[in-house]
Structures are given as C-alpha cells and as structure tokens.
Design a protein around this ligand. Structure first.
Ligand code: 3PY
Ligand code: MG
Length: 248
C-alpha cells in the first residue's frame, strides 16, 4: 500500500524502471525503495512483461505503479489486471481526460473498468490501497495541464497528480527542469493537488530538482538506466583511485 502522506515530511521514494527484466527488478526493489514505477511509455518495458515484473516487486513487498503509454482504457485495465497498485497516466490536460482515465480505473457503476479473469485476483492484496483500491494518478506535464491543474485534481476518482518535469519544461519553453519557470510551475501544481487533498508526486532525476520536490508524497528518484550508469561510473572512479594509490 502507498499511504497518503498527510504530514508532507516523509517522501515515499521510488525507482523508475525503463528496461530491466524481472531479475533486475528483484534486485532494485530489494534496495529499499518504497515503490517502483514501471514505465510503458518510454524505455522497453512491455505490457506482456508486466506480470513478471510485478511478481518480482511483490517478492520484496514493494508496490508498483505502472506508467501507461497513453490514455487507453484498455491498456489501463490490462495494467491493473496484471496486478499493479495503480497507474500513472501521462499528459493529462483537461478535466474530461482526467475523468476518463479515472473511470478506466474504476469498476461500474461508478466507472467503466471491465472485470475478467486476471492476475490481480491472485496478486499481493496488501500492496493495494485499503479495500483493494488502485491508485489513479494523472500526470501534469504540459502548459495545458498546468492551466487546468485545479480541474484535473478535482476530477472524480483522481487520487493524485504526478508531475513530469522534463516534458513540462519543454512545453513551457523553459531552460530545463531547474529553470525557475519550471520550478514555479511544479510548485504550483503540487500545491493545487495538495489543497484538493490529493496525493502529490513527481519524477526527479536531479538532486537539485529533488530539493524543490521535498514536499511531494511520491518522489521517483531516477531511472534504472541512470542508476546503472552512475553506479558503474562511481565504481570505475573508485577503482582507478585505488589503483593509483596502490602504485604510489
Ligand atoms: C517527464 O518528466 O516528462 C516524465 O514523464 C518523467 O517520467
Ligand atoms: Mg513525460
């Protein structure tokens, strides 16, 4: 379960998975992250591979949120059927889009999610929200989404707002994610979501940005690719330093 963070002092730190297989996820989810984001929009993870990835997260009792590739109700349903604790839906720009993705996450009569034989019936129920609820997080990552942040956050069935700083910076014509224009926009979206009592989250990928995201409930620290590169680079630097010290 991903608890609501009412105090806003204790971020739930996540790792963002873009290419690792189940073996890699098992290692990553055992590293102490509070949640794993599995990205079906970018990278190479696929819907077919999802059950294996989710099973690997469950081994370490780590809830997994799936970022879908778009707004398709069919894909949202399949990700939830595979056993995801929730979905993070990219590029939500209006209240109507927010209502549609929330409906796709919810069974009738409130929503339109279809029920069928699926892995979610046997996946770890304790990783879901109370009463087996799944989380529906709308991504705000464009100027249009920013303009409609209040309406998106208030849409029925939206549990939280997840900011995509990199797309947001592009859409605003800003000079990257730490440009004051981007930081102001992120701060505004998170405050709006919080004021409507919704979960807040964002992808970081930058220490400077993480500081600005200190109040977010869900903070994706970085991607598997970045962890691999930075870990490898740090080992190389340390090994070169040890070798030259040994030669002195
Ligand atoms: C963005 O920053 O645009 C993202 O989607 C991060 O995953
Ligand atoms: Mg994005």
């Amino acid at each position: 379960m991903i608890p609501a963070n009412t105090a806003h002092t204790n971020n739930r730190l996540g790792a963002w998975l873009t290419f690792l297989d189940a073996h890699g996820v098992e290692a990553l989810s055992g590293s102490g992250f509070d949640w794993i984001g599995i990205d079906l929009q970018h990278g190479t993870a696929t819907l077919d591979g999802l059950p294996g990835l989710l099973r690997a997260c469950e081994l370490n009792r780590t809830p997994a949120l799936v970022r879908t590739s778009g707004h398709s109700a069919a894909e949202i349903g399949r990700a939830l059927d595979a056993g995801a604790a929730g979905v993070v839906v990219p590029m939500v720009e209006s209240a109507a889009q927010a209502a549609a993705i929330a409906a796709a996450c919810t069974f009738p009569p409130e929503g339109v999610r279809s029920s069928g034989a699926s892995r979610s019936a046997i996946a770890a129920p304790s990783l879901l929200q109370p009463e087996g609820k799944v989380l529906c997080l709308a991504m705000i990552e464009s100027a249009a989404g920013l303009a409609n942040a209040g309406a998106i956050a208030q849409a029925d069935g939206i549990d939280g707002i997840f900011v995509g700083p990199y797309d947001l910076a592009l859409s605003l014509g800003a000079d990257g994610v730490t440009d004051p224009k981007t930081l102001d926009a992120i701060g505004h979206v998170l405050a709006v979501a919080r004021n409507h009592g919704k979960l807040t989250g964002a992808f970081s990928g930058s220490a400077e940005l993480s500081g600005a995201l200190r109040d977010a409930d869900l903070l994706a620290v970085d991607s598997d690719l970045a962890f691999l590169r930075s870990g490898a680079e740090a080992k190389l630097v340390a090994t070169r330093a040890a070798l030259s010290a040994a030669r002195e």
